[in-house]
Design a protein around this ligand. Structure first.
Ligand SMILES: *Cc1c(COP(=O)(O)O)cnc(C)c1O
Length: 355
């Protein structure tokens, strides 16, 4: 195996249970973007046997990909659907998001004998899709009066819960308060991962939508991090190793020069696998828990590292290398990114290994 992503499915379930215990709210696991790169089909297959009532994805295509694994009638599409997707989503039994009067118009035009399961999206400050709170009552009334479907849920999304934005986030939460009392609506939800770990006590919603945290990662520091177990590690193996007998340029563009005596290992992973090219010349990986530095530019399929003195004689062809694990967010920040981006960019060429 060239490079692989190890995924611990049990720990995903463990983390979800921790989240439910912490918040005293039920979880809608978010498995969009191929379950943040970890493999939505495997994650869905595993979790479908558990107690979860609903799973969230971003769009119809993702919903269709995972439909057949025990999740029928349990998939909720959080994004907007155009009128063709809307029809297909309803025919497939998915829960849909209604976030505008255009959506409502599309619903009205649609003829279907299927039950239409609706989550109303409210924009409390994200500035993305969603009814503004002043408009939502009219929309809900219109849907109910015209029997356009069953309002199964009502939700909103926090924009800045992992930043130092208490005041703004609490404003968002307060704007959502008026929906918390709608007892005939089964799913009321606003908290994403940072919301779950920072603002749970300020809401009376009954559901939460954890994404990154169910995969063991949080983008901010909190002592509550220890509630989560690690879920994944991106790994590869040394495929080539040499000791330089001269000063030698390494990789494209001569951006780095190895010195006589340096031990250079080649790894079969590159930016086409999802190893971000910005880690060229300076990014690190781990061998036997010790850091090794990437030298030269990351190539499409390969990457070179310098073997440090403390690993001399401990590395050969076949030695396992950790690309990223629990340090993924720290690494992401060093190149101006976030863990989510690095995770979702792990390419399909990297095999997924489930434990
Ligand atoms: C992605 C997403 C989530 C999950 O967010 P995390 O911060 O990863 O927990 C929740 N809700 C919506 C609407 C999303 O798009």
């Amino acid at each position: 195996m060239r490079s692989w992503l190890e995924v611990n499915l049990k720990n995903i379930e463990f983390n979800l249970n921790q989240i439910e215990n912490l918040t005293q709210k039920k979880a809608i696991p978010v498995i969009k973007a191929n379950a943040y790169g970890l493999g939505s089909i495997e994650v869905a297959k595993y979790l479908s046997k558990k107690k979860f009532k609903l799973f969230a994805v971003a769009n119809l295509q993702e919903a269709l990909e995972i439909k057949n694994f025990g999740l029928d009638n349990k998939i909720f599409i959080m994004g907007n659907n155009d009128k063709d997707d809307l029809k297909l989503a309803i025919e497939n039994g998915f829960s849909i998001t209604i976030s505008s009067w255009d959506d409502i118009k599309n619903l009205e035009k649609l003829k279907t004998s299927k039950e239409v399961l609706i989550h109303i999206k409210i924009d409390t400050g994200m500035g993305r899709i969603g009814f503004i709170p002043e408009d939502s009552d009219k929309a809900i009334k219109h849907i109910n009066d015209n029997k356009l479907g069953t309002i199964q849920g009502i939700y909103s999304h926090l924009s800045s819960a992992d930043e130092n934005e208490d005041e703004f986030t609490l404003e968002q939460i307060n704007l959502f308060k008026k929906y918390e009392g709608m007892k005939d609506i089964p799913f009321i939800h606003i908290l994403n991962s940072p919301g779950i770990f920072k603002y749970s006590k300020y809401t009376n919603t009954n559901y939460v939508r954890p994404g990154i945290s169910m995969y063991g990662i949080l983008l901010f520091d909190t002592p509550l991090k220890k509630l989560l177990k690690p879920v994944f590690t991106l790994k590869t193996k040394v495929i080539y190793i040499k000791t330089l007998n001269n000063n030698t340029f390494i990789s494209y563009g001569k951006t780095a020069e190895g010195e006589k005596g340096d031990i250079i290992a080649t790894l079969p992973i590159g930016y086409a696998d999802g190893l971000d090219r910005r880690f060229s010349n300076g990014g690190t990986v781990k061998i036997h828990g010790k850091k090794c530095t990437i030298i030269g530019r990351i190539c499409m399929d390969m990457t070179m590292i310098i073997i440090p003195n403390n690993l001399k004689n401990k590395v050969g062809v076949g030695t396992e290398v950790e690309i990223y694990g629990q340090d993924i967010n720290e690494k992401a920040q060093s190149i101006g990114s976030i863990a989510d981006e690095l995770m979702t960019r792990i390419n399909k060429r990297v095999s997924r290994k489930y434990v």
